[in-house]
Structure formats: C-alpha cells, structure tokens
Design a protein around this ligand. Structure first.
Ligand SMILES: CC(C)(COP(=O)(O)OP(=O)(O)OC[C@H]1O[C@@H](n2cnc3c(N)ncnc32)[C@H](O)[C@@H]1OP(=O)(O)O)[C@@H](O)C(=O)NCCC(=O)NCCS
Length: 452
C-alpha cells in the first residue's frame, strides 16, 4: 500500500518529538543531583506568566536538580520607599542605607521571599528561607558613609548543603548579618556570586524581566554565536566576555556589565560554575528551553571549549544511525547498517556540543597511504554553523597526522561543498582496487580526490 500524502509529514513530526524527548532524557540524567542557582528578579512577580515560571522551577526540582534561589528585591524596595515618601541616594549604582530606609528594605525582602516560597509550596516543593549570609559594612568610601549598606563576606554553604540534601529549596535574599547580629542591605547579585564561589554549582541562571544579551549596537566578538533571529547573543566564552566588556563601553547597560563580570568571576575560578545563563523570565518556557535543548533561548556564557570533536564509541551508534537516517532516505548518503558502523566505529568521529551530537564523519584508512572520507552528516538543526567544516578540517588534519597521501570520497549531492576543501573531480578508476570493485554504478556517485 502506498503512503498517503498526509501520513509522511506526520511521521516526521512524530520522529521530531521523539528526538526532543530523547534529548530531554539525556539532559535529565546529566543534571540529576547537580546544583543550579537561580537568581530571580522581583520585577517578574507581577508578570502574568510568573506562576508558570515557578511551575517550571518546581519541575526541575522534581526531576532531582538541586535548586537554590536568590531573590532580587530592587522593584519591591523602590515601590515601598515611594509609598513611604522616602527618596534613596545612590552612589555609582550603590544605595546608601540610612536607619530610615533599612526597615523598608527588610520588609521588601520578606515580602518577595514569602511570595516565592508560597509559589513553591503551591507546587508541592519546600522552599526554606534563612539568613545564611555573613556580611560586613561597606563603610565610608571617599568620604561617603554607606551606613547600613553591606558587602557579602561569606555564605554558610555547610547549611545550604544540608538543606539541599533534605530536598529543600533554600531561598536567599538581600539581607546579611554581621557577627553582632546587625542587618545589612546587600546586593543580591553579590550573594549569588559568593554562593557560586563557595559551592560546586553546575549552572547559574540570571532570570530577569528583560531580554537576554542583545546584539543591538554591540560590537560582537568574532566567533560569538548569535541566535538565528540575529537579536540575541546565544553562546559566548570568556574571551568573548572580555571582548564585549572592553569594546562596548557606551552600549552595554550597567546591569549587563555587572552580570558579565559575575559570570566571568564564577566560571574562571578553579572548579567554577560550568555555565551561566542570562534569560528573559517573561518568555514562557525560556528556563526549560535553556536547560533541556541545545539551542536554548537566552545567552549562555561558558568557560571550557564548548564544541569539540572526539572519536565515536559503540554507545554513539544509535545516534549516528539516527543522524544519517534522513540523509540516507533523501539519497545524500549511502545506507549503512548498525553492524557496519559498529565494525568500523574506530573510524568515526563525533562533533559534540555540550554532550549533544551535532554531526559525524568517518576516515577509513585504506592502506598504502590512502584514506576515504565518508559518513559526513550534520544534524539539520545545526546546518550552516560551521559544524561540517569543523569535521572536514579535523578529518583532513587527522589524515595528515597519519601520513596519508591521498584522500578520496564519494558524493552525490555535496561535490561543490567538498571543492571548498581543495578536493578535485576524479573518476571511479582512480579509486583503490578493492574500492573500485564495490563502486555502485547505479548510484553513480562523483569521485573526489585530494592530495595531501
Ligand atoms: C554538507 C554538510 C555536511 C554541510 O555541513 P554544514 O555544517 O551545514 O556546513 P558548514 O556550516 O560547514 O558550511 C555551510 C556552507 O556550505 C554550503 N553547503 C551546504 N551543503 C552544501 C552542498 N550540498 N553543496 C554545496 N554547498 C553546500 C552552505 O550553503 C553554506 O554556505 P555559506 O556559508 O556560504 O552560507 C551538511 O549539509 C550535510 O550533512 N549534508 C547531508 C549529508 C551529505 O551530503 N554528506 C556528504 C556526503 S559524504
């Protein structure tokens, strides 16, 4: 029976969702038991989608991610002070906290924490607040007394660890105590930073009520990844952070500058945070997208080399099969069974990004200083991002390292692409003897050659 026209797209749609489910399972097993810190701006609380964001946070908790929340309180403090008719003084963005202001700040902090804990409780998760932040006075600087504004000294990570082990979600806020029990008004981002320096954190999220890092007016560092919409920086490493900080003095907002500086500090310390994400909490599902998909939706800052190419293992065989499947059906690639791949697994290489496989390729040594390149396939979601080029350059270098003199490959649709790497058109007769014998005349692939 032939397939109806509507059946085929449905099958592809099903496969796409199955792939997404697989990707999610992979991430779940990777992040279970790991600690994520979520710095949440209080300006999000009034957003109609805030309850959904909190539900997503609870989902993360339910799958076994250990969560610590740090609340921002700026909006609530501003509202409370305005209501009380009090004007605050800021010096270089730091609030001076006189006696008259401190009670309002404490009240705002409690209000925000209570809201967060109520949302957690409504979803069956146990948030717990406590003062685990040690602080000291910011003191007098250049003749200006900052009064009850403090600086973070340390976070009681021992207590936080115990609470995490008991499946609580610790909620920290912008008040710290000195040894005498005096309260200081603190910067929540500083608390977040200290937490990340004191504990072993997998991911830090700055969840805010504005876009992730936008490209608007920004001098973008070479090699930084931008979202397909061109508006958001998606993946940047620490060298990109340095570039952005030193080349965008007038463009970068003080908030963005502060977050990038924190990201740099927590990533670059030994055993530092793996990834820092800046996300827009007003966008539905943005947090889950950022955690569970390799494309994400916010700005991710990473320290180690984000993408790398490695030799494939037997565990990769199903994914290699899956990667090639669509291209085999379309006729770009020749059909291989999983046994074919298993038997030659040492010839296969994987282009991996954050443990997700973006592409693959193989280098088959034919003896007599001759090798074949094959099975080049890039996940359609990541096409035209240099993945294929990366694999080809790697395989060509690998061939050089092995002292290969002639590379060849067979292709039906991508000859123009391979010409870019210096391949030239050859003939089936140019193939090594045993490869000539199993050349598929019906497939009639083009033969390309490269002398190294
Ligand atoms: C061919 C393939 C490997 C390219 O990978 P990729 O990661 O998308 O490619 P890159 O990002 O390195 O390069 C992208 C450039 O190559 C061009 N390109 C992609 N496929 C091409 C093709 N079949 N012919 C000519 N050019 C091609 C793109 O237009 C793009 O050009 P641009 O940079 O000017 O926009 C990928 O498209 C693929 O998996 N194709 C199907 C499998 C296949 O044909 N394999 C080769 C047989 S072994």
């Amino acid at each position: 029976m032939t397939k109806s026209k509507t059946e085929l797209p449905q099958r592809y749609a099903n496969r796409a969702s199955v792939n997404t489910i697989r990707e999610v399972f992979d991430y779940i097993s990777r992040y279970r038991g790991k600690i994520f810190v979520l710095k949440i701006e209080d300006s999000l609380i009034g957003n109609p989608l805030f309850p959904l964001l909190m539900k997503d946070i609870i989902q993360l908790h339910n799958i076994g991610v250990q969560l610590i929340i740090v609340t921002g309180t700026r909006t609530t403090i501003a509202r409370n002070l305005t209501a009380a008719g009090i004007k605050s003084t800021f010096v270089k963005g730091i609030r001076i906290t006189p006696d008259s202001v401190l009670p309002h700040i404490k009240l705002a902090a409690m209000e925000v924490v209570q809201t967060i804990i109520s949302h957690l409780a409504a979803g069956g998760a146990n948030g717990i607040m406590g003062n685990w932040t040690k602080a000291r006075s910011l003191g007098v600087r250049k003749g200006i007394d900052f009064q009850w504004t403090g600086q973070v000294e340390k976070v009681r990570s021992d207590i936080v660890h115990k609470l995490l082990a008991q499946e609580f979600i610790p909620v920290l806020y912008n008040i710290g105590l000195n040894a005498k029990g005096d309260c200081y008004n603190l910067n929540s981002n500083q608390i977040t930073r200290q937490l990340c320096l004191d504990l072993n954190i997998e991911k830090l999220f700055f969840i805010r009520s504005q876009d992730a890092l936008t490209t608007k007016g920004l001098l973008i560092p070479p090699g930084a990844q931008v979202h397909p919409n061109g508006k958001i920086l998606s993946n940047i490493d620490l060298s990109h952070v340095d570039f952005i900080l030193s080349n965008n003095h007038t463009v970068l907002s003080p908030e963005d500058r502060e977050l990038l500086a924190h990201a740099k500090a927590v990533i670059s310390r030994p055993n530092g945070v793996n990834r820092v994400h800046i996300i827009d909490g007003r966008k539905e599902g943005r947090l889950l997208q950022e955690v569970f998909t390799s494309v994400g939706g916010g700005t991710m800052v990473y320290g180690n080399r984000y993408a790398h190419i490695r030799r494939a293992t037997q565990d990769d065989v199903p994914e290699i099969m899956h990667l090639m499947d669509g291209y085999v059906k379309k006729g770009n690639l020749v059909m291989r069974t999983d046994l074919d791949i298993k038997n030659q697994i040492n010839d296969y290489y994987i282009y991996e990004v954050d443990h997700a496989i973006y592409g693959c390729g193989a280098l088959y040594d034919m003896g007599q200083r001759c090798a074949e390149i094959g099975a080049i396939a890039v996940n359609t979601a990541y096409k035209s991002k240099g993945v294929g080029r990366g694999i080809m350059q790697y395989l060509i270098q690998k061939a050089r390292d092995k002292n290969i003199k002639t590379l060849f490959l067979l292709t039906t649709r991508a000859a123009d692409w391979f010409f870019e790497f210096g391949f030239i058109q050859g003939r089936p007769e140019d193939l090594p003897e045993h490869r000539k014998n199993n050349y598929n005349m019906e497939r009639n692939s083009r033969v390309l050659l490269l002398d190294l």
